[in-house]
Structures are given as structure tokens and as C-alpha cells.
Design a protein around this ligand. Structure first.
Ligand SMILES: N[C@@H](CCC(=O)N[C@@H](CS)C(=O)NCC(=O)O)C(=O)O
Length: 229
């Protein structure tokens, strides 16, 4: 989402990959100094550090380049698209028979070890361990998983309604909301949920978003399988 917006704005930026799965670079001291929650993405502009995707895209909006519309309607889309629980969409398909997700359990063990080894990260690991426990509980609860799935479908339905009336999600012009929707829909395609919008105007909308140069330049991925995530 952040990359799409920076590219749509025509901003020149240097991209640095942070391996959040295998080498866990997000917990390296140099990164946590910038992003105390140890999550991606982070935007650095000289000495200024911006964390959280919504803050990043709103900061990008203040810089030179086309003024992507960002009124209240747009901001509400950003919040709603960001509020979806993308982890549930992935890990609900990776559960053991008893409802536990081995990768999330392993993540919890990794965080526990990290908490022991890195007292300097106490605040980060405490918050992340709590999040990991909440996520484990959620995945064990099919009703809650279903609620997240319903919320996701509800948002897709709202997108369908919106683009049935207008060319872009929030109106007549491309906006930050379209960058968010593009990345979110790409992710849902990988989860094989795109049947939710087949034969609806959202299908054409997504193809239009995908044909924008930013899609390739930002390396948005909508092919492959969940294994690749
Ligand atoms: N609301 C935050 C969410 C950031 C976030 O949760 N990022 C995930 C990847 S999508 C992450 O970095 N996870 C690192 C980890 O699991 O240790 C934002 O938009 O920046």
C-alpha cells in the first residue's frame, strides 16, 4: 500500500527490504530505534521517521506530486481497509485439527526467546507476545474467524457498490483509497477469495488498477499461492 502511494505520487525513494520472517530483521536495534513496534513499513525522510501505513501515505500526500484526493471518505476507506485482519485470512487455512496454527505457536516461542535474550526490547516483546496470544485465541474460535471473514466480505461488497457508481473507490479521481484497495484485493486474490467479486464491476475496477504502471513498479503480487506469503 505504501509503495503504491509513493509511486503514484511520483516520489523518488529507496526501497529497503526487511526480512520479517526468516532473519527477523525487524527486531534489529537499528530498525527498532525507528519503529519501536518492530513492524514494517517505515518511511525515513532525512531525520524524520514515519511509521504506520496510514501515517506514511498521509505524509507522502503532503509532498510534491499529484494531489491524490484524501478527503474524509478516502480516510474512512483507508481505516476500513487497514482494519481487516489479513492474518486471519491466511492462518485460518493453516490450522491443525484442534484449531492451533503451528506457525503462530512457533512465533510465540520465538518471541518468548527474544524476550529473554533481548531485555532491551522488553516493551516490544511484551506487546508482541500479547498480540500473539490474542491471535492464537482468535484462531481457536471459529465464530471469531467467521466474523473476520464476514467483515472482509462486507468491505468487498461496499467496494462493489462504490465502483458500480463511480470509476474510483472514493469518486471521480484516483485517490489513496484506490492504492489501498488495489493491494488489499491483490491479497484477497492470493487467498482465492476473488470469487466474491467475479462478474461485478469490481472485476473491471481491479483490472484498471492493475494496468496502472504503479502496480508493477510497486511489485504488487496477486499471483502465486498462500505458500508464497
Ligand atoms: N498498522 C501497521 C501494521 C504493521 C504490521 O503489522 N506489519 C506486519 C507485516 S504486514 C509486520 O511487520 N510484522 C512483523 C512481525 O510479525 O514480526 C501499519 O500499517 O504499519
Amino acid at each position: 500500500m505504501a509503495r503504491l502511494v509513493l509511486i503514484e505520487k511520483g516520489l523518488d525513494f529507496r526501497r529497503q527490504e526487511i526480512d520479517i520472517m526468516d532473519t527477523n530483521e525487524q527486531f534489529e536495534p537499528w530498525y527498532v530505534t525507528m519503529n519501536p513496534r518492530a513492524v514494517v513499513p517505515t518511511l525515513r525522510i532525512d531525520d524524520e521517521i514515519v511509521t504506520d501505513t496510514i501515517n506514511i501515505v498521509n505524509r507522502a500526500q503532503t509532498m510534491t506530486g499529484p494531489d491524490l484526493s484524501d478527503d474524509d471518505t478516502v480516510q474512512n476507506w483507508l481505516k476500513d481497509i487497514m482494519a481487516l485482519h489479513y492474518g486471519v485470512l491466511l492462518y485460518r487455512n493453516r490450522l491443525d485439527a484442534d484449531g492451533t496454527a503451528p506457525q503462530i505457536i512457533a512465533r510465540g516461542q520465538f518471541l518468548q526467546q527474544l524476550a529473554q535474550d533481548r531485555p532491551d526490547l522488553a516493551d516490544t516483546t511484551k506487546a508482541r507476545l500479547e498480540g500473539n496470544r490474542r491471535f492464537q485465541d482468535l484462531l481457536r474460535n471459529p465464530d471469531q474467524v467467521g466474523q473476520h471473514l464476514d467483515a472482509t466480505r462486507g468491505l468487498v461488497d461496499r467496494m462493489i457498490d462504490a465502483v458500480s457508481l463511480q470509476p474510483y473507490l472514493a469518486g471521480e479521481e484516483y485517490s489513496l483509497a484506490d492504492s489501498f484497495a488495489t493491494a488489499a484485493l491483490a491479497r484477497l486474490i492470493i487467498h482465492e477469495l476473488d470469487e466474491w467479486w467475479s462478474d461485478t464491476p469490481l472485476e473491471d475496477y481491479y483490472q484498471r488498477m492493475k494496468s496502472r504502471p504503479s502496480f508493477k513498479l510497486a511489485d504488487v503480487i496477486d499471483t502465486g499461492t498462500e505458500r508464497d506469503l
